[in-house]
Design a protein around this ligand. Structure first.
Ligand code: SAH
Ligand code: SF4
Length: 344
């Protein structure tokens, strides 16, 4: 028997060509696109406004998706973590976070299987790189969440496994689909990067420019090199130049993410250096207390003390920046930042 066609693997033209062999009315194809992407259909029977003959034909020769939920964990705080399995047997994690007070449903998606950037504090980075994810494999994470929960995702953050700007073309194509077919506004899509400066500029030159979050984690080159190998290639001053370009061109505020590691980058002196680095950047700061992960790096990494977190926050706030401390979401199911290693 011939293998069935997977519809979410097809782009719009391919889907059009495929369906038009059986029904050449454009509106029918749009109906099908709408069922798959907007109404998160998992089968053809529910597509009640599509002609029965066409539905039956499609059922015979195609499936909507070949991505499977391997495991699903629900946290006490409502966070859901999925481990998805792709057709080649590789797995990746995505997380649904509910921010009850605002009614937002945020999907945290992965962009690579593993990550080549090697940050020493990050579980994904320590497990190495396997491959880039395809656009449909990224979009499928959101669709799977929507199919499973019957809820509509309102925001997407590229904060799962992988470095999105290291898989630029596929991530950009995924953003186009998320924006046009899943109808999630470009401001509600956030790309988080460890700071690949030339790619930040390239993104800024694209027609669709998502919100930007930067994993900074250290305000001076020496310290940053100890924990983030990317600093050897694109250093803090090159990064700042790219960030200024983004801010000037878009007018948007960026978020600087800062993992607080006990006694390493959470001291008063470092806070003052960070203030000086951010002086001419339009940004907010998101502090993330370090979550211990297994790491074979030389330096010992510790959780920060509560009082050091509060002092760090106070100092940064005094400089006029808005500071948030990232809530540990789904900590009981290892869904917090840096914990998505695909270890199962
Ligand atoms: N590669 C991108 C996207 C991943 S986002 C990036 O690095 O920005 C994941 C966020 O969690 C990043 O800010 C990352 O630095 C942070 N993170 C990684 N490991 C962590 C850990 N052990 N504890 C707390 N935050 C961590
Ligand atoms: Fe990759 Fe981001 Fe982890 Fe660094 S923090 S290793 S860039 S996923």
């Amino acid at each position: 028997m011939e293998e069935k066609i997977v519809l979410t693997k097809l782009n719009e033209n391919e889907l059009y060509d495929f369906v038009s062999k059986y029904d050449d009315k454009k509106f029918r194809i749009n109906q099908i696109i709408n069922w798959i992407y907007n109404k998160s259909a998992s089968g053809f029977d529910c597509m009640t406004d599509v002609k029965k003959e066409l539905r039956e034909k499609l059922k015979e020769i195609s499936i909507i998706t070949d991505v499977k939920i391997k495991t699903k964990q629900v946290s006490k705080d409502g966070t859901i973590k999925y481990l998805l399995e792709y057709s080649d047997g590789n797995v990746a994690e995505c997380v649904l976070m509910r921010f009850d007070n605002r009614g937002n449903l945020t999907a945290c998606v992965s962009s690579q299987i593993g990550c080549p950037m090697g940050c020493v504090f990050c579980a994904t980075g320590q497990r190495g790189f396997i491959r880039n994810m395809l656009p449909y494999e990224i979009v499928e994470q959101i669709l799977t969440i929507q199919r499973d929960t019957k809820l509509k995702v309102t925001n997407v953050v590229f904060m799962g496994q992988g470095e999105p700007l290291n898989n630029f073309e596929n991530v950009y194509k995924a953003i186009e689909i998320i924006n046009s077919k899943l109808q999630i506004g470009i401001r509600r899509i956030t790309v988080s990067t460890c700071g690949i400066a030339p790619k930040i500029k390239e993104l800024t030159n694209k027609p669709l420019i998502p919100t930007l979050a930067i994993s900074l984690h250290a305000p001076n080159t020496l310290l940053r090199k100890q924990i983030m190998p990317v600093e050897n290639k694109y250093n803090l001053s090159e990064l700042k130049e790219a960030l200024k370009y983004y801010i000037e061109k878009t007018g948007k505020r960026i978020t600087l993410e800062y993992v607080l590691i006990g006694k390493l980058n959470d001291t008063k002196e470092i806070a003052l250096e960070l203030i000086s680095y951010m002086k001419d950047l339009k940004c907010n700061v998101n502090l993330i207390p370090y979550n211990p992960v297994l790491s074979d790096c030389d330096i010992k990494l510790n959780k920060p003390d509560k009082k050091d977190i509060m002092l760090f926050k106070y100092l940064i706030e005094s400089s006029g920046k808005k500071v948030t401390i990232r809530l540990e979401r789904g900590a009981d199911i290892d869904a917090a930042c840096g914990q998505l290693s695909g270890k199962s």
